[in-house]
Design a protein around this ligand. Structure first.
Ligand code: FAD
Length: 465
């Protein structure tokens, strides 16, 4: 399919123009559906766009892009709406909402799937999971495949099958000029390199083609252990020593009063770990055994299951949160001690240090192969505090910054998918080495006027096209 650039009528009110060409799929402030339509995962990203347009195909996407460009309106692109920085809703501009675009085509024999970017990770995983196949996304089913794929995508299969982008074979992208391009390793290779980690800077992805892996019955679920400096450090050591089939996400936190925690654990510091062994059940049980013997488990829900069950029911996002992410190289008992100390010191409703041991397939790809260039980083850390009252923000922000400073082990960058609204230096930290220069050159070619700027922004290289 080729989508040709459109043009709009000068001087007309953009919302009327949108309404005229998108019958019933434009939602503006006077419409009853407006508040629900502008809401994103994080309630505090409470912005009022001029209109939300629910695209149904690439031609719609092209029309919205053209209108935003010609009218000089800010354009927010939304797939699953989970941007930590609130980039998928604009104040006064247009939201291009892809959430209705959920077409997919699964080729079981070829082990590939085309999927539109309105699908969530959970929806895609359930669809391909019906065939005993999977592509790895993150730890949350409601995250959109649009945002997570373009950022990199680290989840339950990261050590076995790499990042989401390591399974990305091709994509359809509508550029700032409104043109639909099919990109892969041979066609527009520079753009294909850039969208594998460079985020939404280069165009709107309408479809992705993914490689599918045979991941059917796994050993997975949640293991809850008491958290002490020893158990935390040992957990990380075991996760590093584990076979690549096992990926873990350890959330160290004070146990909230939730039904799956025994009452005796409420208020105690725990490791709430999500474990996924993508391989034979027997080998999976052996791989999980060392974790079970680190301490008497508070709860052990790790069992043979079908892979899509790793995604629980969708939960609403928090209203207020401060977060900070980084890569580190080691969690010894001293680092684990600092984690315990800072979590105990938090006055937030919920405070968490999330530790993801990386390596395996993710690390086997060269840094320069994709725009995600943190391949050799060993542990991804995300620190966060959730609270109710915005007036407390300063206190929690200071806490999270001090916590990050205490864990700092030298400049090793940050994963763009876990960045909030943290300024230019932090965006640069997501793109180490020559990655940044290459990205600015690709940006200059495909989005020279920086239409796609409401994102972790990579400006176009000047004097370059
Ligand atoms: C609860 C939660 C859990 C998470 N867990 C993980 C995890 O385990 N692993 C991980 O890697 N990440 C994780 N993330 C981070 C997540 O990958 C990013 O926030 C991602 O951008 C969300 O994608 P989305 O489509 O839902 O978000 P959106 O807010 O819709 O999009 C975010 C940004 O991505 C760009 N974008 C989205 N779709 C498109 C598109 N189709 N074309 C062009 N640009 C687009 C836009 O710039 C947009 O502003 C998590 C985030 C949350 C909130």
């Amino acid at each position: 399919m080729t989508t040709q650039p459109h043009s709009t009528s000068p001087g007309t009110d953009p919302v009327s123009e949108l309404r005229a060409s998108f019958d019933g799929r434009v939602i503006a402030p006077e419409d009853a559906a407006y508040d629900a339509a502008r809401a994103v995962f994080y309630g505090s990203r409470n912005r009022r766009p001029a209109a939300i347009v629910r695209a149904k195909d690439a031609a719609d996407v092209s029309r919205v892009i053209t209108l935003a460009r010609e009218k000089g309106l800010e354009l927010a692109v939304r797939s699953g709406g989970h941007s930590l920085a609130g980039h998928s809703v604009s104040e006064g501009g247009i939201v291009l909402d892809l959430s209705q675009m959920k077409w997919r085509e699964i080729n079981v024999e070829a082990r590939t799937a085309w999927a539109e970017t309105g699908l969530t990770a959970g929806e895609y995983t359930a669809a391909v999971g019906a065939h005993g196949l999977a592509t790895g996304f993150g730890d949350t089913g409601s995250v959109g495949i649009g945002g997570i794929t373009l950022g990199g995508g680290a989840g339950f299969l990261v050590r076995k099958h790499g990042l989401t982008i390591d399974s990305l074979l091709a994509a359809e992208i509508v550029t700032s000029g409104g043109e639909l391009l099919c990109v892969d390793a041979e066609t527009h290779p520079g753009l294909f390199w850039a969208i594998r980690g460079g985020g939404g800077n280069f165009g709107v992805a309408t479809r992705f083609k993914f490689r599918l892996h045979e991941v059917d019955e796994i050993v997975g679920g949640m293991l809850i252990l008491p958290a002490t400096p020893d158990t935390i450090a040992s957990f990380v050591a075991e996760a590093e020593a584990a076979p690549n089939e096992l990926s873990t996400i350890a959330n160290v936190m004070v146990a909230p009063p939730m039904p799956f925690f025994p009452a005796a654990a409420h208020g105690k510091l725990v490791i709430m770990a999500l474990m996924a062994y993508a391989g034979e059940v027997e080998a999976g049980e052996s791989a999980v055994a060392p974790f079970r013997s680190l301490a008497e488990p508070i709860a052990d829900m790790v069992k043979p299951m079908r892979y899509p069950e790793m995604y629980g029911p969708d939960e609403p996002g928090p209203d207020e949160e401060v977060a900070r992410s980084m890569f580190i190289d080691a969690v010894d008992v001293d680092v684990a001690g600092a984690i315990v100390e800072h979590l105990h010191a938090s006055t937030a409703m919920m405070a968490v240090a999330q530790l993801r041991v990386l390596g395996g397939a993710m690390a086997s790809v060269p840094d320069e192969a994709t725009a995600f260039a943190h391949r050799k980083r060993r542990i991804m850390v995300a620190l966060g505090a959730i609270f109710e009252n915005r007036e407390e923000e300063t206190v929690h922000r200071e806490w999270v910054e001090n916590f990050a400073a205490a864990l700092y082990q030298g400049e090793s960058g940050v994963y763009v998918g876990f960045l909030g609204d943290e300024g230019e230096d932090r965006v640069r930290a997501a793109y180490p080495g020559t990655t940044w220069e290459r990205l600015t050159a690709v940006k200059a070619r495909y989005d020279p006027e920086n239409l796609f700027s409401l994102n972790q922004n990579i400006p176009p290289k000047t004097g370059w096209s």
